[in-house]
Design a protein around this ligand. Structure first.
Ligand code: GCO
Length: 450
């Protein structure tokens, strides 16, 4: 056995990271537009004002996708491009841009996967408290209805949220992402709950207006890796992965963000420390949150190695000289075995890896090409593990490489390059890297050459 015949091979991007055109055609401001203006927040003072200028170059980019041979493209829709104030007045030019993109994708035989929220929250709604406001799920629902009523099944796959853990964790705990405001659990837990409610409302709306569309969700986590595969170690790793017992690190928990949606309940251990911060009627809301979805997306870049000690998984320190990517993340290919395996066991839904990839120190060589053997090696190792998870019975439906092209890497600006396509930000010239041709071959052979 190998990857399924209809395996979805794709690549992913996000609106703020590639589109640019921040001030064009009636788009409203979002919290990333605002955050990038604050001195010292983004490396080198970079902003997404122009980014990869994808807003104007989408045709060229889709042509590259076709050359790459991806079956599916995951992009995100900018809320404030559709509703400049977050609610109320619709911006037809915003809808038109995504309509053109979707048409171009379809004309080239590429299936759209649209993420409805990838962090670029409308500024006007932030002024009203953002996800802390109890009306925030309704605001999101209004936006989703606007999009889905317009596109219906023309977008055959919708993903509600990208990495809600990072929205809260990086935005309000570590504060290195927009809006960069430090908050405590009595605010964070209700915010997370509002995001989960917004997800539930979005799923209901999509079912109503696009009954044929498939619906997924794209949270992220660092899977816990039991290196020796010994039964006790595996059990301890599973417990650690899904355990919620830390009053700070709960924000990164795959189960706090996954159980309410798929299992209709918050994890018991987490409730013991966080239940007091949930709204009184939270159990009522769980019915809304627990809408059936069609696939469980997951963004996985790295995992944590553990050993078992008296039934408990204890983190192993990084080995001296451990392999790592340019951004500094450890290279742990088994994350793409244990993550999907554990998630499939728990949620029993088809798993799609909605993001995986790395940043390298890419540059154009004297021969005019971009040689990125580290990316090829990384993707090869991770994909082999994913294949093994599929062979061992996990239902793996697809894989989206992050990212189609180099782009605005949030607080790191343009310093880190995650793309299969090199972007020269001065000229906007695109150069496919060696990994682009390698991935193209993997797709052609459905992973048989790995
Ligand atoms: C995320 C986001 C992407 C990032 C990528 C690399 O996972 O953080 O979804 O927007 O750019 O992950 O950090």
């Amino acid at each position: 056995m190998s990857f399924k015949k209809d395996f979805v091979w794709g690549a992913a991007t996000a609106s703020y990271q590639i589109e640019g055109a921040a001030y064009e055609d009636g788009k409203g401001m979002n919290i990333w537009d605002d955050y990038c203006k604050i001195p010292g927040k983004i490396l080198n003072g970079d902003t997404g004002d122009v980014a990869c200028d994808h807003y104007h170059r989408y045709k060229e980019d889709v042509a590259l996708m076709k050359q790459l041979g991806i079956k599916a493209y995951r992009f995100s829709i900018s809320w404030a491009r559709i509703l400049p104030d977050g609610t109320g007045k619709v911006n037809p030019k915003g809808l038109e841009f995504y309509k053109n993109l979707v048409n171009e994708l379809k004309a080239n035989g590429i299936t759209p996967y649209a993420t409805l929220f990838h962090w670029d929250y409308p500024s006007k709604l932030m002024e009203k408290g953002g996800w802390l406001n109890s009306d925030s799920p309704n605001w999101f629902a209004e936006y989703v209805k606007t999009v889905v009523e317009f596109f219906k099944d023309d977008i055959p796959n919708y993903i509600t949220f990208n990495e809600p853990s990072v929205v809260i964790g990086c935005g309000y705990v570590i504060t290195e992402h927009a809006p960069g405001i430090k908050l405590d659990n009595y605010m964070l837990v209700p915010m997370a709950h509002n995001i989960l409610k917004a997800h539930g409302m979005a799923v209901k709306i999509i079912r109503e207006f696009a009954p044929k569309a498939k619906i997924g969700y794209a949270p992220a986590s660092n899977p816990i890796i039991p290196p020796n595969h010994d039964a006790n170690e595996v059990e301890a790793a599973r417990k650690k992965y899904f355990g919620v017992n830390d009053p700070i690190n709960w924000v990164w928990s795959p189960s706090w963000w996954g159980d309410p949606i798929v299992l209709g309940k918050y994890p018991e251990d987490g409730l013991k420390i966080l239940g007091k911060y949930l709204p009184k009627n939270y159990e009522e809301d769980l019915k809304l949150i627990n809408q059936p979805i069609d696939f469980y997306g997951h963004n996985i870049y790295q995992g944590e190695y553990v050993k078992e000690q008296n039934g408990v998984a204890v983190n192993l320190p990084n080995k001296v000289g451990y392999p790592r990517t340019a951004i500094g993340w450890p290279i742990t290919p088994e994350a793409l075995y244990w993550g999907p395996k554990f998630l499939h066991e728990r949620y029993n839904l088809p798993i799609i890896i909605t993001e995986n990839g790395l940043s390298c120190h890419d540059a154009v060589s004297l021969d005019g090409k971009v040689h990125d053997p580290n990316r090829i090696d990384f993707l090869n190792r991770y994909l082999l593990q994913l294949k093994k998870a599929a062979e061992d019975g996990a239902d793996i439906a697809g894989y989206f490489q992050w990212s189609l092209m180099d782009n605005f890497e949030w607080a790191k600006g343009y310093f880190d390059r995650f793309g299969l396509i090199y972007v020269d930000y001065q000229t906007q010239k695109r150069t496919p890297k060696d990994s682009f041709y390698w991935y193209s071959e993997v797709i052609k052979q459905n992973g048989e050459n790995l």
